[in-house]
Design a protein around this ligand. Structure first.
Ligand SMILES: [Zn+2]
Length: 256
């Protein structure tokens, strides 16, 4: 992606940050300065935002390193102001692999929250979001819970698809997860309008487009071959076969 800088390689994976991240840091510094009125507070706000994005990188590494266990490489981890994304090389994974890769990110965030809460408890015992450690712990817990929402493009949407795939096939499962994603995004958008929060509107728009993208990519999840319906063999799983009508009216089956 253009307008992004390389932060270096983590476990052999290029990690890049989008240029607009500078605006997020600026906003973090300014809003901290506004509420506390000191430069130290402004600096703490910037450091906190960097710590949040380090948490996001850890979450994405959870996905990427689990995927690597199954021979799937990650092109890059990209940090955007609205979150991170690990761009995996393979779009179509076996349901069990997809389930494990999708779960790995939220699991890392849960573990990080646990470690941070433990440190906060040892260093003074304040687990509220008012302290640096407490706030970072709650943010990681929020990352884990938010990402487990059962709707594309959240990790929970992938977990849902993987779970449904074995019962109704890849196509139906993806349609359900993508539809839930679009409904969820619409709800976020309504919430944004209701509360007047611009960031929510922006995030809802991004989530909607990502969910719609998933629903479109879906019927082409990998190499397919066209087969004559007459050649459908015993033992073929009809749920993994897509029936299409050719311009001449012939029926064809597309098998994944
Ligand atoms: Zn994730």
């Amino acid at each position: 992606m253009s307008w992004s800088w390389n932060l270096g390689r983590l476990f052999g994976i290029d990690t890049r940050v989008h240029a607009s991240f500078l605006l997020v840091l600026l906003w973090a510094g300014l809003s901290s300065f506004n509420s506390a009125g000191t430069l130290v507070a402004a600096l703490a706000g910037v450091v906190f935002m960097i710590a949040v994005f380090a948490s996001v990188v850890a979450h994405e590494l959870g996905h990427a390193l689990t995927a690597r266990q199954y021979g799937i490489q990650t092109r890059q981890i990209l940090l955007l102001p609205i979150g991170g994304v690990a761009q995996l090389d393979q779009g179509h994974m076996r349901p069990k692999v997809e389930l494990l890769v999708a779960l790995a990110g939220p699991v890392v965030s849960f573990l990080l929250a646990g470690v941070l809460f433990t440190f906060a408890a040892i260093l003074g015992g304040d687990l509220s979001p008012d302290t640096f450690l407490g706030s970072l712990a709650w943010t990681n817990l929020g990352l884990a819970v938010f990402n487990m929402l059962p709707a594309f493009p959240m990790d929970g949407g992938r977990v849902l698809r993987a779970a449904l795939s074995s019962r109704m096939g890849h196509i139906r499962a993806t349609q359900i997860a993508a539809t839930l994603g679009m409904v969820g995004a619409a709800l976020f958008f309504a919430l944004g309008l209701y509360t007047g929060r611009f960031m929510l509107l922006l995030m809802a728009t991004f989530l909607y487009m990502a969910a719609r993208g998933e629903s479109r990519v879906m019927p082409h999840p990998g190499p397919r071959r066209v087969i004559d319906p007459n050649l459908l063999q015993d033992g073929d799983d009809p749920r993994e076969v897509l029936i299409v009508r050719s311009p001449r009216g012939r029926l064809w089956l597309l098998r994944h």
